[in-house]
Design a protein around this ligand. Structure first.
Ligand code: FES
Length: 107
């Protein structure tokens, strides 16, 4: 359990597809970002997802990084989502339960 500041999971979603560059957005990174956001919420990982426009590894996209200066994932694919979430959870912990996690029967 972690009560500190959320760790950032940084996902490059650059949509530009230039003649000399293969950018992450054209390789499905937005779908990865959505799946990772859902996993962060479902697992209550103490993290937030930040979309950025480049992580300076364009030939190895989609590129994802845990935190500032943290672990990179290159050529990420949908099948990598569970292990990325595992690594993120190991680095960030889980958030404590709060009122938003409660379900109130009947209202
Ligand atoms: S476009 Fe994704 S790392 Fe540069």
């Amino acid at each position: 359990m972690s009560g500190g500041e959320p760790t950032s999971l940084v996902v490059c979603v650059n949509p530009v597809q230039g003649p000399r560059k293969q950018c992450c957005g054209g390789l499905g990174s937005e779908r990865l970002a959505e799946a990772l956001e859902q996993g962060i919420a479902d697992r209550r990982i103490n993290a937030c997802l930040d979309r950025v426009l480049c992580l300076n590894n364009c030939y190895r996209g989609p590129v994802i990084r845990i935190g500032a200066g943290g672990r990179f994932f290159f050529n990420a694919a949908p099948g990598d989502v569970p292990r990325i979430l595992d690594a993120l959870e190991a680095a960030a912990g889980r958030r404590a339960l709060d009122d938003s996690d409660m379900v109130y029967p009947g209202g």
